[in-house]
Design a protein around this ligand. Structure first.
Ligand SMILES: C[S@@+](CC[C@H](N)C(=O)[O-])C[C@H]1O[C@@H](n2cnc3c(N)ncnc32)[C@H](O)[C@@H]1O
Length: 290
């Protein structure tokens, strides 16, 4: 497989030139189809990648595989399988950001490819690799719902809060992952726990009272003055996620709902010790291709 890598990192190239000016956006619940969602995600993550890496880079670690704000570490939980399963394995990381997880996988002897819709996130991957003088992680800029790989290209696929929460058609995304995996390959991904959609996304007391229906699948959208989506998140119930996986041909092996660790005081957006003690913030699905 021949893979393109990002050009050299240029710290002055902070935002691609074609980005519209940032505006004060409205937040609402409304439909957002696949094209609009992808466009919004690409622009939003290009614009916010620097801030994201600045704010969360230390918690994530340049070469750790952290599944979620609860700090679940793949080195301890081994959701992708035992150490032997990683050695030599071709792994696709979807919605990789700066490819921290892929860097950990490479150190275990795997051959990862880090895919993300945001060019700027992938530039951060290159920045980290250059800083370490290490062999660069192979990266691909693409939408997780349209994977630019041949059938059966990978042994494993993973995503830590990557494309899944941002994609309109996650049934299609699951089918795409199924297509590029070899039989028996694991697909493990973490997302915001669906129950969180019933509560305001606030770390404090105001985030403890249910204010909307868990069953309302209408996307969360931020939009500009012209009504164009600038940020989109899509909700599925737990049952929806299981049906999408099974419908694509996966077997569900586990559903991990991490508890908030007693010693963890750091908040991450709406994830906080206060809320973490009461209800789950993350769901990690562990599936296997049939
Ligand atoms: C919350 S960040 C997580 C990044 C990384 N996995 C981590 O743990 O830091 C979400 C990532 O998903 C990417 N993303 C969003 N929508 C996507 C899509 N449709 N296809 C591929 N990547 C997408 C974003 O660009 C962003 O890098």
């Amino acid at each position: 497989m021949t893979l393109a890598t990002t050009p050299a990192f240029d710290p002055d190239d902070l935002v691609p030139a074609d980005l519209p000016e940032e505006e004060e956006d409205d937040a609402l619940r409304r439909d957002a189809e696949a094209g609009e969602s992808s466009r919004a995600s690409r622009l939003w993550w290009d614009r916010n990648a620097d801030e994201y890496q600045d704010e969360h880079g230390e918690f994530l670690g340049d070469d750790r595989f952290t599944w979620c704000p609860e700090g679940v570490d793949e080195a301890e939980v081994r959701l992708l399988g035992p150490a032997e399963a990683l050695r030599g394995a071709q792994v696709l990381e979807i919605g990789s950001g700066a490819a921290q997880c892929s860097r950990w996988l490479a150190a275990q002897g795997a051959r990862p490819v880090a895919l993300d819709i945001s060019y700027r996130q992938l530039q951060h991957s290159r920045r980290i690799d250059l800083g370490r003088g290490a062999e660069p992680i192979a990266v691909v800029q693409a939408d997780g719902s349209v994977l630019p790989f041949a059938d059966g290209s990978f042994d494993l696929a993973c995503s830590a809060y990557g494309a899944v929460p941002f994609s309109a058609d996650t049934a299609e995304l699951m089918r795409e992952v199924h297509r590029v995996l070899r039989p028996g390959g694991r697909w493990v991904f973490s997302v915001t726990h669906p129950i969180r959609w019933a509560f305001p996304d606030e770390p404090g007391e105001e985030g403890l009272t249910a204010s909307s229906s868990y069953f309302d699948r209408t996307p969360y959208v931020e939009q500009d003055a012209e009504g164009r989506a600038t940020y989109v998140e899509h909700h599925r119930t737990l049952g929806d996620r299981v049906r999408e996986l099974v419908g694509a041909g996966f077997r569900l092996l586990d559903l991990v709902e991490p508890e908030w660790p007693e010693e963890l005081e750091q908040t991450w957006g709406g994830w906080s010790p206060l809320r973490g003690e009461l209800f789950p913030g993350t769901a990690i699905f562990v599936a296997e291709r049939g």
